[in-house]
Design a protein around this ligand. Structure first.
Ligand code: F6P
Length: 521
C-alpha cells in the first residue's frame, strides 16, 4: 500500500468512528492496548478518539514510511539533517550511540563540566549565575532549572537573560553583586544578535565594578569557538559543543553548564540517564510498544485525519510550567515545514503547540477547550508525588487534572442538562449553552515523581516523537531556514533606524519606522 492509500484507509476508519467513551465499552482490552509505561513515565492514550483498528492502521502507516529504517539511520549517526549536511547525535550526549571519537569528545566535556561545576560550588566565590542565551540556548535550561528545584533549591542564584528587550538583561542583573556573579554566554552559532547584545551589556555591567577583571567572570558555551574568542572570551573559558547537536536539542550538552553549577553534577547526570533510558526504549522497542512512536502517531491522527490544527500541552505541575514554551520550539521549529525532503508540498505538518499550567489554564482557555470550535487535543502532564509538602494542594491539583480529561471526553448531553433544568421556563434557551459536546481527545502522561531522571525521560520522549512525525511528514526536522528572513530584514532595518536612512520598504513598514524615529528624536 502507498502512503496515500494508508491515509485513505485512516480517513475511512475515521468516518466509522464511534465516541471515545463508547470505545471503552467495545474494546475491553483498551487499557492494555492504549497505555504504555517506561520507567517512571506512564502514557495513557485511551482517551484518544482512536479505535484499535485505527491504531493498527497508524502503525502500518509508520512502517510504510520506513520509520524503522530512519530510526536506524538516526542512531547510526547518518547525516539525517540533509539540508545542513549534518548527523543528529544529541543522544550521544547522554551516552547512547556515536562513534568512538564522538564518545571521547562527550566524555571529556562531561568530565570538564562536572569538575568545573564542583570547583565553582566548593569555592563559594560566585553566588550568582547569569545564563545568557535564547531559543535552544535558553528554553531547555529554563525548563530544567525550574524542574530541578522540585528536589531542592539551587546552591547559587540562577538568572536568565534572553530577550533583546533591555528589560530582560536589566531584570537579570538587578540586585546582584558583580563581584559574586558569573555570566555564561551560551550560543551555538555565536552569531545571535540578542545573545551578543546581552553578553555585552552584562560585561559592561561587570566592568563598572571589576574593571579589567570583568573577563574573569565570563564564560562561553558554543559550537563556534572562533566566534566566542572574537567576542572576547579567552580560549580556556570556552566550553565546546558540536554541530551535530541541534540548538533545540542542546540542553544535554555544555549548554546545561549553569544547571550543573546551580544544582550539582549528580542531578545533571541523572537527567542524562533518564533521557538515555528513553533513547534505548525508542531505539529497541517494536513500533507497537514504543512510546514516542505511539505519541507521534496519535498526533498524526489528530492533525492529518481529524484535522485539528493545534495541540494544547497542559502540565499539572508548576515546576514544569514552561513545558509548552519549550515544546513550541522543539516541535514547531523542527516540523513547522511546508516542503518535504524531496522538495514537494508537504501538506499538513506540525500543529500549533500551546498551553499553560493547570490549574491556571482552567480559568482562562479551558472554556474554549470544552465548548469552543473545534477545540484541541490535549496532552495532560501530571506528577504523582507531591513536591510542595502540601498534600492537600497536591490532591486537589491531580483531582483537577483527572477531571478535565474526563470532562473533555464525556461532555454533558443536552438531555442531562434539560433534566437538571427541570421545568424552568428558560430551559429551551439555556440548555444548549450548558451542553458539552464531549468526545474531545486527550493523552495523560504521568511521572511517578519530578526527579531529574523522570524529567530526562519526558523531554527525550517529546524529542523522539518529533523525529517520528518528521519521518511521517517527510520533512527535515533538524533545520530551521524559516527563522532567517526576519533576521536579515531586522539587521537592515536596525541600520536604517540608526542612520536615519528610510530604505526601500512598503508603506506600512515605512510608517512604523517613522513612528519610532519621531518617538526617539
Ligand atoms: O533563530 C533560531 C535559532 O537559530 C534557534 O534554532 C536557536 O536555538 C536559537 O536561534 C539560538 O541560536 P544560538 O544558540 O546559535 O545563539
Amino acid at each position: 500500500m502507498t502512503r496515500d492509500e494508508h491515509f485513505k484507509k485512516l480517513e475511512d476508519l475515521a468516518t466509522k468512528s464511534i465516541g471515545i467513551a463508547d470505545l471503552f465499552k467495545t474494546e475491553p482490552r483498551r487499557m492494555e492496548n492504549f497505555v504504555l509505561r517506561e520507567g517512571p513515565l506512564r502514557a495513557d492514550f485511551s482517551k484518544q478518539a482512536i479505535s484499535q483498528s485505527a491504531k493498527e492502521a497508524l502503525l502500518s502507516l509508520a512502517a510504510a514510511c520506513h520509520l524503522e529504517e530512519w530510526r536506524a539511520k538516526l542512531f547510526a549517526g547518518e547525516k539525517v539533517n540533509t539540508s545542513e549536511d549534518r548527523a543528529v547525535l544529541h543522544m550521544a550526549l547522554r551516552g547512547v550511540g556515536g562513534s568512538t571519537a564522538v564518545k571521547k569528545d562527550v566524555a571529556d566535556m562531561r568530565d570538564h563540566m562536572a569538575a568545573f561545576a564542583r570547583k565553582i560550588r566548593e569555592d563559594g566565590k560566585f553566588k550568582n549565575i547569569i545564563h545568557i542565551g535564547i531559543g535552544g540556548s535558553d528554553l531547555g535550561p529554563r525548563l530544567v532549572a525550574d524542574a530541578f528545584a522540585a528536589n531542592g533549591e539551587p546552591s547559587l542564584t540562577l538568572r536568565f537573560a534572553e530577550n533583546i528587550d533591555g528589560a530582560s538583561v536589566n531584570d537579570a542583573i538587578s540586585g546582584l553583586d558583580p563581584k559574586e556573579t558569573l555570566a555564561i554566554v551560551v550560543s551555538k552559532s555565536f552569531g545571535t544578535q540578542e545573545t551578543k547584545m546581552n553578553g555585552d551589556a552584562v560585561r559592561n555591567w561587570l566592568a563598572e565594578t571589576l574593571g579589567d577583571k570583568a573577563g574573569d567572570h565570563m564564560l562561553a558555551v558554543t559550537a563556534n569557538r572562533t566566534g566566542a574568542e572574537a567576542f572576547g572570551i579567552p580560549s580556556d573559558q570556552i566550553f565546546d559543543f558540536w554541530d551535530w547537536v541541534g540548538g533545540r536539542y542542546s540542553v544535554w550538552s555544555a549548554v546545561g553548564l549553569s544547571l550543573q553549577i546551580a544544582y550539582g553534577p549528580e542531578s545533571f547526570d541523572q537527567f542524562l540517564k533518564g533521557a538515555a533510558a528513553m533513547d534505548m526504549h525508542f531505539r529497541d522497542q517494536p513500533l507497537q510498544d514504543n512510546l514516542p512512536v505511539m505519541m507521534a502517531m496519535v498526533g498524526i491522527w489528530n492533525r492529518n485525519v481529524l484535522g485539528y490544527s493545534s495541540l494544547a500541552v497542559i502540565p499539572y505541575a508548576q515546576r514544569i510550567r514552561k513545558l509548552a514554551a519549550f515544546l513550541q520550539q522543539l516541535e514547531m521549529e523542527s516540523n513547522g515545514k511546508r516542503i518535504t525532503r524531496d522538495g514537494e508540498e508537504a501538506g499538513l505538518t506540525c500543529p500549533i503547540i500551546w498551553g499553560d499550567e493547570g490549574t491556571n489554564g482552567q480559568h482562562a482557555f479551558f472554556q474554549w477547550l470544552h465548548q469552543g470550535t473545534p477545540g484541541a487535543p490535549v496532552d495532560f502532564v501530571a506528577v504523582l508525588n507531591d513536591h510542595s509538602a502540601r498534600p492537600d494542594h497536591h490532591t486537589a491539583l491531580l483531582a483537577n487534572c483527572f477531571a478535565q480529561s474526563e470532562a473533555l471526553m464525556l461532555g454533558k448531553s443536552e438531555h442531562v442538562v434539560r433534566e437538571e433544568l427541570g421545568d424552568r421556563t428558560d430551559a429551551d434557551a439555556i440548555a444548549p449553552q450548558k451542553t458539552f459536546p464531549g468526545n474531545r481527545p486527550s493523552t495523560t502522561l504521568t511521572l511517578d515523581e519530578l526527579s531529574p531522571f523522570a524529567l530526562g525521560h519526558l523531554i527525550a520522549l517529546y524529542e523522539h516523537k518529533v523525529f517520528v512525525q518528521g519521518v511521517i511528514w517527510n520533512v527535515n526536522s533538524f533545520d530551521q531556514w524559516g527563522v532567517e528572513l526576519g533576521k536579515v530584514l531586522a539587521t537592515k532595518i536596525l541600520s536604517e533606524l540608526k542612520t536615519g536612512d528610510t530604505g526601500d520598504h512598503d508603506p506600512s513598514t515605512t510608517a512604523l519606522m517613522s513612528l519610532f524615529k519621531d518617538a526617539s528624536s
